[in-house]
Design a protein around this ligand. Structure first.
Ligand SMILES: [Fe+2]
Length: 331
């Protein structure tokens, strides 16, 4: 093997080969067929790679189906369905199908931060991949925090934000598809969820500090809408700097697994009308904790939907009936 093929290998793993995918985030695990039956030592090593590199890729997992995909996810914790988007029948899988409304996640976000307890790990499986385009990009929110100048760190550490599934969907999109708008009005925001999170949180496993931002943020405490938007932009731009990201070109049967507490992601919408289907297993997480030790709070949630519990759709249509202004959102 030539030098350039070995320079990106990470030497310290027993169960598989780990190859860095970019300089500051992302690694590919080679030589492993993932499943729910892997020895605990292998699961532990996968988790270690995940904590180190934030997002992990597995090529060629053509043996996986919905059931075994979920079984693999369940090795990392309790899996959960999306709070508002119905799962595929008989599963807790969240499907993004580009041919349907809501199937294109082309905006920077951390998954489901409109809940006080938001997912810790997400595992996305490529079911149908377009011939070109449709890459996904992940950003490292730990490094984004670490690279802030001290003055900005101090400010960010004091900030709290309201995250909502009823956020400004249209803000940064150049093309707005009518079906997507309709899907989100009727499905994604069928129940309103709002949570308050610290802008800087302490990772519950590694103890690292990370920025907790993304498109679900509606406002910052004690700041006007305009001021919130300016402060958000200042910090969010640090997350999405290209040197802080990894871009994955999907192949059929790839799996991407990310630490949702240390990343944001963006699915590039550049594949036109080609089919693209991905399915996500979501592993339940907890609240975020600020550096002062305060935890995230639920601001709005449907009745009977307590933080940390399995969400049940008990008030479908209630939000629409309330006449709230609604725009679509993404997972
Ligand atoms: Fe997402």
């Amino acid at each position: 093997m030539s030098t350039h093929q070995t320079e990106n290998l990470e030497p310290s793993y027993q169960s598989f080969t780990v190859r860095r995918a970019a300089g500051n985030i992302g690694a590919e695990i080679e030589g492993l067929r993932i499943s729910g039956d892997l020895p605990q030592s292998v699961i532990d090593e996968i988790e270690q790679v995940l904590l180190t590199h934030r997002v992990v890729f597995f090529r060629g997992q053509d043996h996986l189906d919905d059931r075994t995909h979920q079984a693999f996810g369940a090795r990392f914790g309790t899996t959960e369905a999306h709070p508002t988007v119905p799962s595929r029948e008989g599963t807790r899988l969240f499907e993004l199908d580009a041919s349907k409304g809501g199937g294109r996640a082309d905006s920077w976000h951390t998954d489901v931060t409109f809940k006080s307890h938001y997912p810790k790990i997400c595992i996305l499986r490529a079911v149908t991949v377009p011939a070109y385009g449709g890459d996904t990009v992940w950003a490292n929110t730990v490094r984004a925090y670490e690279k802030l100048p001290p003055e900005l760190k101090s400010l960010a550490e004091q900030l709290w934000a309201v995250h909502s599934n009823d956020y400004d969907y249209a803000k940064d999109r150049q093309e707005l598809d009518k079906a997507r708008l309709e899907h989100h009005k009727k499905v994604f925001i069928s129940d309103l969820y709002e949570a308050e999170h610290p802008v800087v949180h302490v990772h519950p496993v590694t103890g690292e500090r990370a920025l907790l931002l993304g498109h679900f943020i509606k406002s910052l405490h004690n700041f006007s809408t305009t001021e919130s938007a300016r402060l958000f932009e200042l910090l969010q731009n640090r997350v999405t700097r290209l040197d802080n990201t990894v871009r994955w070109q999907w192949q059929q049967h790839d799996v991407a697994m990310w630490d949702n507490r240390a990343t944001q992601h963006y699915a590039v919408n550049d594949y036109g009308n080609q089919p693209r289907v991905v399915r996500r297993v979501t592993v339940q997480g907890g609240t975020a904790t600020s550096i002062q030790g305060q935890t995230s709070r639920t601001r709005t949630a449907p009745q009977f939907s307590e933080p940390g519990q399995e969400d049940t759709r008990v008030q479908a249509g209630a939000a629409a009936a309330s006449g709230r202004s609604q725009e679509p959102a993404l997972a």
